[in-house]
Design a binder for this molecule. Structure first.
Ligand SMILES: Cc1cc2nc3c(=O)[nH]c(=O)nc-3n(C[C@H](O)[C@H](O)[C@H](O)COP(=O)(O)OP(=O)(O)OC[C@H]3O[C@@H](n4cnc5c(N)ncnc54)[C@H](O)[C@@H]3O)c2cc1C
Length: 289
């Protein structure tokens, strides 16, 4: 039997973490470990070195500035719910659906971004907020729109020497929703999901599909239709016909596949239902506020 060793690099500071990543670009970062440990345990990956980021305090910090938020990649789902649920209600609802309390205590949105699974529940809420991902290396820092950061299933545009430092997004200015279909109620990978945000100051509706395409997908035609259908001044109820059309347009924007969790046809149907539900919840909250 061949014994392989894994070097564990344990920086105490962000500068040290970046320097170690520059010196050993193939070192695999670990935050909560809730994805990476599964990969290691199933022998799907065998890195020569692991870069343990859990001691780096900067990654666990978040700041608010002029309505914008910068959230460190290492902030856990539990903290997002507890500390930012009022400012980021959509991301908080999505975070509550992730795994179990144990997973939410360890797992991070930085890790969700690093894995870049189309089923990552933390991702659609970032899309409906036009979030930007902050990437850093010893040669500097850059911000990339989340749509350009995630380039395909489990693929990102991060360079080998870069780490995810944080994500930036505006605090909610209107209601936000997230709904997910799974094969059971908890501890489940999404069959499909939908994130929805209303931005009243610019009369916009944003919707992003999860787990029904190679990446999360914005439903742009549905968004334009929804924004035009809502009675922003009179705040009257949204009619059944408009809701049905919104649902159809969201379903049309999906690019689902048949797999063990569900058929493409079921995913399209479910997305139509989620679209009607989330728009109803969000609009009712806005117009009754
Ligand atoms: C039982 C169970 C249930 C789960 N349920 C859900 C669920 O309901 N919804 C869901 O979306 N996910 C779920 N997951 C998956 C996982 O919890 C999430 O994807 C989580 O967000 C991963 O975060 P982490 O901090 O644990 O990442 P890690 O496992 O530490 O890392 C994940 C990936 O990101 C990279 N990475 C981490 N931090 C950085 C960084 N700062 N810079 C660059 N790369 C980085 C790592 O190298 C690795 O490739 C579940 C996992 C388990 C084991």
């Amino acid at each position: 039997m061949m014994i392989t060793t894994v070097e564990v690099l344990a920086p105490e500071t962000w500068e040290e973490a970046l320097a170690l990543k520059a010196a050993q670009p193939d070192a695999v970062p670990i935050a909560g470990g809730t994805d990476l440990m599964v990969e290691l345990n199933f022998d799907r990956t065998r890195p020569g070195a692991i870069l343990d980021l859990t001691r780096v305090a900067d990654l666990r910090a978040w700041d608010a500035d002029n309505g914008g938020l910068r959230i460190g990649a290492g902030v856990t789902y539990t903290r997002l719910i507890d500390e930012l649920g009022d400012r980021l209600p959509g991301l908080a609802i999505a975070s509550r659906t992730v795994g179990s309390p144990q997973i939410r205590n360890r797992g991070t949105v930085g890790g969700n971004l690093g894995t870049a699974s189309p089923a990552g529940d933390g991702l659609p809420p970032l899309y409906v907020s036009d979030a930007e991902i902050e990437l850093a290396s010893t040669s500097g820092t850059r911000r990339v729109p989340v749509t350009e950061f995630i380039t395909g299933p489990k693929q990102t545009s991060a360079r080998e020497d870069e780490l995810i430092a944080a994500f930036h997004l505006p605090a909610a200015t209107g209601p936000q929703q997230f709904a997910k279909i799974g094969t059971r109620n908890a501890m489940v990978i999404a069959v499909c999901s939908l994130s929805l945000a209303i931005w009243p100051e610019r009369r916009a509706v944003c919707a992003c599909i999860g787990s029904a395409g190679p990446t999360p997908l914005r439903a742009t035609e549905a968004e334009a239709f929804g924004a035009g259908a809502l009675d922003w001044d009179g705040r009257t109820e949204l009619g059944e016909a408009a809701l049905a059309r919104f649902g159809e347009l969201v379903a049309d924007a999906a690019q689902p596949i048949d797999d063990v969790r569900g058929s493409a046809e079921y995913r399209r149907h479910a997305l139509g239902v989620l679209a009607r539900r989330t728009l109803t919840w969000a609009w009712e909250e806005h117009r009754c506020a």
